[in-house]
Design a binder for this molecule. Structure first.
Ligand code: NDP
Length: 457
């Protein structure tokens, strides 16, 4: 499972430990392929640390890290506009609180199940650790699909969802935010119901509207952060975004602000997508049009061509078949497989940074790395969103609001630090340039060392 150059006794022992843990995870969580994938990627990176530091195995750190502290599943009944009773399933995984209260988004999408929530929650532990801020790992959501629902239906669903979730969250316990299908509208309804059942406590949720405790730059943070991270990877090779051709998948929150920042830094984004296909605009995607279609009108990306007749829409097309210098997957998990990665390489891609969570399969990551493509893994590259969420919590605590420029400047320096930490850690463990290894180890050490000092809990 793990490659190493010198197969010493310690390395063998570490490999056998990670293999045992992976088998247990598969047995305990059968058919949860996304969760298995996230754990496998993580364990593959840890062998050098475990070989050097037997204290982690002695304290059962991996056994405890791979088992959520708590997994909550609940019924979410609601009534649609025609008076029909509907039932969805709600989830919250409180994965690890070694370094702070659980923190992570809520996803509303028909594909949401225990495996998806666990993979996202597991990744969140190390992503949050990498930000350098005191936040533990959690995630949640529902198989509810907001697409095609009226505002009233979404409101009734959110009220029912929060009526149950509010028992388990709070500013010092667990602080949810948005993710796929959960944007400003949903956060508003969720916050309203929390307040109605408890009290006004701005620190309960992040991604709030600016009028009631939200932070400037939170909307932009994940997308901007991915581009800041890409810029760091390029700068280390004496290169920049200037003049680069970029493809961004998705056209939601992360994608929109990745496009905006890439353009600001001199690149041209020539394509973006949604689940129905992709649009291609060689003049550069007009981000104002995408915002209007997606943030305001809730329309499909295909409508872009009615505003820009020079652009083309390819229904069910594969956005990764296009040629570009940089690829920023910002839609969903496993959207790039090994064949698509090979096509990107053949077409000249030099850098890939993951805006979405786990958008590349394990094989796809291997293709990028074997071909010396600069590769920024999700837990490092998209950590800007949760980092600014933590800054929103800080502003809520001190009852102050910082300016856009102040938060953006914190975001920039956090992304720079994450890059430097991941890169330096990779070099320290004999894996120079491998940001997957660097991010996993750096994220792990802070959490594992905290767990060691907190006793067996
Ligand atoms: P949004 O709901 O705003 O947008 C999601 C976009 O991805 C939409 O364009 C959607 O298309 C597309 N998409 C979703 N699921 C699929 C699918 N199964 N197949 C094809 N396209 C799909 O979500 P976000 O932008 O917030 O999130 C995107 C990714 O970024 C997720 O992986 C999320 O976990 C990750 N992320 C988000 C953060 C945030 O702050 N929002 C923070 C860190 C990571 P359609 O509308 O057709 O479904």
């Amino acid at each position: 499972m793990v490659q190493s150059t010198t197969l010493t006794k310690e390395v063998e022992a570490a490999e056998s430990y990670t293999a045992r843990i992976f088998e247990t995870v598969k047995k305990r969580n059968p058919s949860e392929s996304e969760f298995h994938q996230a754990v496998e990627e993580f364990l593959q990176s840890l062998v050098p640390v475990l070989a050097k530091e037997p204290k982690y195995e002695a304290a059962g750190i991996l056994e405890r890290l791979t088992e959520p502290e708590r997994l909550i599943t609940f019924r979410v009944p609601w009534v649609d506009d025609n008076g029909n009773v509907k039932v969805n399933r709600g989830f919250r995984v409180q994965f690890n609180s070694a370094i702070g209260p659980y923190k992570g988004g809520l996803r509303f999408h028909p594909s949401v199940n225990g495996s998806i929530v666990k993979f996202l929650g597991f990744e969140q532990i190390f992503k949050n650790s990498l930000t350098g801020l005191p936040i533990g790992g959690g995630k949640g959501g529902s198989d509810f699909d907001p697409k095609g629902k009226s505002d009233n239906e979404v409101m009734r669903f959110c009220q029912s969802f929060m009526s149950e979730l509010q028992k388990y969250i709070g500013p010092n316990t667990d602080v949810p935010a948005g993710d796929i299908g959960v944007g400003a509208r949903e956060i508003g309804f969720l916050f309203g119901q929390y307040k109605r059942l408890n009290a006004f406590d701005a620190g309960t949720l992040t991604g709030k509207g600016l009028n009631y405790g939200g932070s400037l730059t939170r909307t932009e943070a994940t997308g901007y952060g991915v581009v800041y991270f890409t810029q760091e990877m390029l700068q280390d090779k004496a290169d920049s975004l200037k003049g680069k051709k970029v493809i961004v998948s998705g056209s939601g929150n992360v994608a929109i602000y990745a496009i905006e920042k890439a353009h600001e830094l001199g690149a041209t984004v020539i394509a973006c997508s949604d689940s129905s296909g992709y649009i291609r605009d060689e003049n550069g995607i007009n981000v104002a049009t995408v915002k209007q279609l997606k943030e305001q009108e809730r329309k499909r990306i295909s409508e872009y061509t009615t505003h820009h007749p020079n652009a083309t829409f390819v229904a069910n097309g594969d956005i990764w078949s296009l040629s570009a210098d940089i690829a920023l997957p910002c839609a969903t998990q496993n959207e790039i497989n090994a064949d698509q990665a090979a096509t990107l390489v053949k077409n000249g891609v030099i850098a890939v940074a993951e805006g979405a969570n786990m958008p590349s399969t394990l094989d796809a990551v291997a293709v990028f790395q074997e071909n010396d493509v600069l590769f920024g893994p999700a837990k490092a590259a998209n950590a800007g969103g949760v980092a600014v969420s933590a800054l929103e919590m800080a502003q809520n605590s001190i009852r102050m609001s910082w300016t856009f420029e102040e938060v953006d400047s914190h975001l920039k320096s956090i992304m720079k630090n994450i890059y430097k930490n991941a890169s330096a850690t990779a070099s320290a463990y004999d894996a120079s340039g491998n940001l997957v290894v660097g991010s996993n180890i750096a994220g792990f050490l802070k959490v594992a060392d905290s767990m060691l000092t907190e006793g067996i809990i």
